[in-house]
Design a protein around this ligand. Structure first.
Ligand SMILES: CN(C)C(=N)NCCC[C@H](N)C(=O)O
Length: 264
């Protein structure tokens, strides 16, 4: 199994997250400061996504990354490989994402004299508290919704990228850096626009262990959220997700392609 795609995925994920960090910090109200936790999670998850995607394409089309410009895979194969990568990365991402959402939703005032300390002191404390209170399965709360969010949207992600690259590149040639940046940016944007409704539901289910609200399942969460707050609830966070998605994924794809190209 070729491993360079995993390594390139790790490095490009890390570069993308450095760029996306200001957005994440705003989104997370400053509770998610520091780079070590994101590097240990998002970059590893990105490595799984790109590594599995490329190896799934290899299994489906018997072409390596270097051969794919001369013999481009069909969009159906790209979609299936993207969905496979998305499915597996969702399971790796689940515990990290749960911790991120729990920290993000901590509303206790921080560092004010006399105020109660925040429930979770940081990512490690958060993971340990969930493990103690809910057992190992607690760390996978919302994993099902995350899988539903990521499986088709990662298919869309790679199909968008491939389609835009092929539109602006002569047959058999490698796309230019500008093309990779634009195609990567739009791939991120399209995937996040389509992922946002399930992203909202996923976050609500991940918070259900903490808040009073208990959902009977994914469908119940969707129906009761829409009933109480209207259909607009499914598009919460769309603006910040989109603003972050373009630059992060432009840089992710550019560095991924560059690394694989320079390794031959
Ligand atoms: C949930 N969706 C749609 C995605 N994760 N899309 C792919 C982008 C991955 C990239 N690391 C990012 O965080 O934007």
């Amino acid at each position: 199994m070729p491993v360079e795609e995993f390594v390139a995925g790790w490095i490009s994920g890390a570069l993308g997250l450095v760029l996306g960090h200001p957005f994440d910090t705003v989104k997370l109200l400053g509770f998610f400061k520091g780079m070590s936790f994101p590097i240990a999670s998002i970059a590893v998850v990105n490595s799984v996504l790109f590594g599995v995607y490329s190896n799934a394409l290899l299994a489906l089309t018997a072409t390596s990354h270097q051969e794919r410009r001369a013999q481009p895979p069909s969009y159906t194969h790209v979609f299936i490989a993207g969905c496979t990568g998305g499915f597996l990365q969702a399971y790796c991402l689940a515990p990290f994402d749960l911790i991120k959402v729990r920290l993000q939703n901590q509303t206790e005032p921080r560092a004010k004299l006399g105020s109660p300390p925040p429930r979770y002191r940081g990512p490690v404390h958060c993971a340990a508290s969930i493990f103690q209170a809910e057992g190992p399965r607690g760390l996978f709360r919302g994993a099902w919704a995350l899988t539903l969010r990521d499986t088709p949207t990662m298919g869309i992600y790679f199909v968008t990228y491939e389609w835009l690259c092929r539109q602006s590149t002569p047959d058999g040639q490698n796309p230019s850096s500008a093309t990779v940046l634009v195609a990567g940016g739009f791939a991120g944007l399209t995937s996040w626009v389509t992922a946002t409704p399930l992203d909202v539901i996923k976050s609500r289910m991940q918070m259900a262990g903490l808040k009073q609200r208990v959902y009977r399942g994914l469908l119940d969460c969707m129906v009761s959220s829409a009933r109480q707050e209207g259909l607009g609830v499914f598009f919460r966070g769309l603006t910040i997700n989109s603003a972050r998605a373009f630059p992060v994924n432009a840089v992710t794809f550019l560095s991924y392609e560059y690394l694989l190209h320079s390794w031959g």
